[in-house]
Structure formats: C-alpha cells, structure tokens
Design a protein around this ligand. Structure first.
Ligand code: AMP
Ligand code: MG
Length: 344
C-alpha cells in the first residue's frame, strides 16, 4: 500500500514512467479509484476504453495537478469557472470547456469539449506530475459495474488488464466528481456529486441542472454527459428502491422480503443505521447513519458490490434523500436500480 498522505517517491516515479510510456495505472483519488493513461496520447486512451469495456463515445476526464496545466487544453475558460476553481480545486469538481487540439479526439470521445478535474488526493497529484501533467482517468471499474472505492474493487475488475495498481486504502468521498458544463449559456450540472447545488450557487449565482439526469425515462430527455446515458452501477440482482416514511418503508420491505424468502430467494437489504435493526430477515447491509450522510455516500458502491459477492437474487433499498448529498446519492442509486422505485 502507498501511504495516502505522503506517497513513496520511488513508487510514484515508477508509475509515472509507466504512464509516460503509454501504459495504464489505477490510482486513488478522493472520489473513487481512477484508471489512468496519458491524456494526450490517443493510444493510451484507446487502451483505457479497452480495459474497461467502455463505449468509445463516452469521453474521459482529464486530470491536472496545477492551474497552469489548464490553459493549454481549454480553449475558453469563463471568469465564473475561474472563481469556481479558486473555491473548489483541487477537489471533487470537474469542469467542461471547449477543447484545444492538444486533446486528442480519442480522449474527448469525439466531442469538441474537454472535461477537466484537479484532484486533491496527494497520490493523484504526485502521479499526474510524474506522468507529465495530464492523466485521462475514468473510474477504474469494468464498464457498467459500481465504481471502485478500494483497491480490491479495482483488482476484481482490472487484474491482468492494466500495468499497475496504486493502493491508497479506501477513498474518502466514494461518489464521482460533480461535473459542471461551462459551454452552456448558464453553467449546468451534468452529474451531481459532493460539491452540491448550494455550494455551486454560492460561487456562481445561477446554475442549472441537466434535466436528463433527473429523468426516470431514459430516452425522453437525453443527458448531456454521454456516460449518464448508460446503465451503470448495476448490481447483478434487480434492485428496488422503497420510498416513504421510515415505518412504512421498513414494513413494506419486510413484507416483500418475507414473500421472496418463502419462495426460496436470497434477499439483500440496504438500510440506514437508524432502521437496520427493524428488518426481520434477509442480508441487511447497514450503509451509514442519516445523521452523517458522508458515510452513506462513502459506502454505497461497496455495499452494491458486496451483494454481487453474496449472490443475492433481489435487493431492496431505503431512499436516502439527505440534505447535502441526497441528490448525488440518489442519482447513483436510481441508476443502479434502473429507476425502479415504489413510492408509499
Ligand atoms: P467517469 O470517467 O467514470 O468518471 O465518467 C466521466 C463522466 O464524465 C462520464 O459521464 C462522461 O460522459 C462525462 N464527460 C467526460 N467528458 C465530457 C465532456 N466533454 N462533456 C460532457 N460530459 C463529459
Ligand atoms: Mg465511471
């Protein structure tokens, strides 16, 4: 394991060398583990898509470690974006700009724009500098699977497909970065994350949310970020979200789980710490307390992967519309559920 606070210089140099030669290295960031390749190399980007099994029209986020690295790849950076960078970079925020020709179309998925993030994780920052300044890095999961929040998850999906995995222990946030598009007349959230609407409004004033990401009806309103159009995060078993008052939700999940189990099915239940004790049967996974929503965000993908390993046939989840991270958590959970929700 690499010390997440002060990474071993020799290990980082070796990983940087792999990236400079066009290889792939998975590394920890504060959001999730990333699968890195040289962002300016068409070949490295192609390798990333191949390793993940990712559709090649789904662009990669370019990671930088210093503000000076932004100008060569972004053709136009509005004042508002500079203010946002001053407030939240380095951090769990990605911004979309018109791209320059330095960014190959392989990296931008053929789009004329580029998504850029400056991660705060010391291992990520050191690796970006060692690699020459630009790392293209999607989440280091196989396409469609829950994003990796520990090095073991990366090994599960990527073992033998990439050159190196830097293990920095479990990540801090556990949900991918907030994406804000600055090529729109009004800045638009393409993917909700830890930097929430209120935090963005504080700096930017007016902010819109891409209507496509809230829609249950994929296809009717197309999300602008290509990646948000794909089925994602899905555990192997069907997942149903049950929404309502705490008492009604636990009663309904207990009833449904009881029925499934009597038919011989194995059932998984995702519950908050406050209600976990009220479920009578099934494999109950406590995701965290509603009082500390950061815990819920951090554990979500790990819990989803855990059910694959346990081999359950059905999963029920409470809804987590918490005040700060609710939008980001529910965006991932709804997509994992294919938008299957029962409202009581
Ligand atoms: P991941 O790489 O798994 O973190 O996902 C990256 C997300 O950013 C995907 O949903 C992409 O579609 C989205 N994205 C990357 N580049 C752009 C771009 N230039 N414009 C809009 N969305 C983008
Ligand atoms: Mg991803």
């Amino acid at each position: 394991m690499t010390d997440p606070e002060s990474p071993d210089a020799e290990v980082i140099a070796r990983a940087g060398e792999i990236l400079r030669r066009g290889g792939l290295v998975a590394f920890p960031t504060e959001t999730v583990y990333g699968l890195g390749g040289d962002a300016l190399s068409p070949d490295a980007s192609r390798k990333i898509y191949a390793a993940k099994g990712r559709p090649s029209d789904n662009p990669l986020i370019v990671h930088i470690a210093d503000m000076d690295a932004l100008w060569p790849i972004a053709a136009e950076v509005p004042e508002a974006a500079k203010r946002l960078a001053a407030a939240y970079w380095p951090g769990p925020l990605t911004m979309v700009f018109p791209k320059t020709s330095l960014v190959p179309p392989e990296t931008s998925g053929g789009l004329p724009t580029v998504a850029v993030r400056m991660p705060s994780h010391p291992v990520a920052a050191a690796l970006i500098r060692a690699a020459g300044g630009y790392i293209a890095a999607p989440s280091a999961n196989a396409s469609g699977r829950p994003s990796p929040t520990r090095a073991e998850h990366v090994r599960e999906d990527m073992d033998g497909r990439i050159n190196m995995i830097l293990d920095g222990g479990p990540v801090e946030i556990g949900l991918e970065s907030t994406i804000v598009d600055f090529t729109e007349p009004v800045p638009m959230i393409l993917r909700p994350g830890f930097i929430n609407l209120r935090m963005l409004r504080e700096i930017l004033g007016e902010v819109r949310t891409d209507p496509g990401i809230l829609s249950a009806n994929a296809g009717s309103v197309r999300p602008k970020a290509p990646g948000m159009r794909y089925r994602h995060y899905a555990p192997k078993a069907p997942l149903l979200i049950v929404e309502g008052t705490a008492n009604a939700v636990t009663a309904e999940i207990n009833r449904r789980a009881g029925e499934d189990i009597s038919r011989g099915l194995a059932v998984g239940i995702i519950a908050a710490a406050e209600t976990a004790g009220t479920y009578r049967n099934g494999l109950v996974r406590e995701i965290g307390s509603r009082q500390t929503e950061e815990e819920i965000a951090r554990h979500l993908f790990d819990v989803l992967r855990g059910f694959d390993e346990a081999g359950v046939d059905r999963i029920y989840s409470e809804a987590f519309d918490t005040p700060k991270l609710g939008m980001a958590i529910m965006n991932r959970l709804l997509r994992a559920a294919g938008h299957q929700v029962v409202k009581l």
